[in-house]
Ligand binder design. Sequence first.
Ligand SMILES: Nc1nc2c(c(=O)[nH]1)N[C@H]1C(S)=C(S)[C@@H](COP(=O)(O)O)O[C@H]1N2
Ligand SMILES: [Mo]
Length: 255
Amino acid sequence: MSRILTRRTMLTGFATGAGALLAGCDALGNNPTFRDLLFEGEDAHFRIQRSLTARNALAKEFRPEQMSPVFRANGTRNPNTDAYNAHVAGNFADWRVRVDGLVNRPLSLSMAQLRQMPSRTQITRHDCVEGWSAIGKWHGAKLGPILQVAGLKDSARYLVFHCADLYGASRRPYYESIDLVDAFHPQTILAWALNDHLLGVPNGAPVRLRVERQLGYKQAKYIERIEAVSSLSGIYRGKGGYWEDAAGYEWYGGI
Ligand SMILES: Nc1nc2c(c(=O)[nH]1)N[C@H]1C(S)=C(S)[C@@H](COP(=O)(O)O)O[C@H]1N2
Ligand SMILES: [Mo]
């Protein structure tokens, strides 16, 4: 009941703020039709509010003793191209993560520069659609502040993560994409450490995405480029990711 009153108060406050509605507000409030309309509006408002809250909510974080003894690798375990092998040999000293597309200031970040960005540590559960899960401790740069440095243009709607590996027999580039709600989510990080060690090759060295509200295939490994785009339709086969293109996986792999 008190929640309903609060909603009503909020809505009345809104109507009051609208000024023009102020004079007729009391009289209209006694009119059943208008009152019905108000409540309908409240319901819609709170439905939208709830769904937005769900997207912004934090994924569950776990305690250190809940971490899986081994965090298995899946998909590409080693890109194994000449270019990638050269980076491995050089300890990724020359690796760059480019941030480009619909940004005001394109970036080319070294691993050293990435490590200077605001960072976050989180112990979360990774869920793969193939039916396994693992709890791991991730550490890396928050994506939001990086995007703020790059300055997204108003037309930017999605971020496309271009990876260094060519997957499967088709040898097509692995890629993934997320929208801006997930891009600025506080747990969305470019992770370079897993379980207190620098990320190994099987898990995406030197840097991979963690987007904790979504399934395993969204967690792009071996990131070389982050491209801001207005639409996914021009990217590869247009479904927003390798598995979305190849096997009809959902673009929003919400958990
Ligand atoms: N670049 C790249 N990223 C990828 C994949 C891949 O094959 N290549 N596989 C995806 C899938 S299906 C899963 S479950 C996770 C596995 O991450 P892990 O190897 O650290 O367990 O990475 C995802 N990101
Ligand atoms: Mo997966």
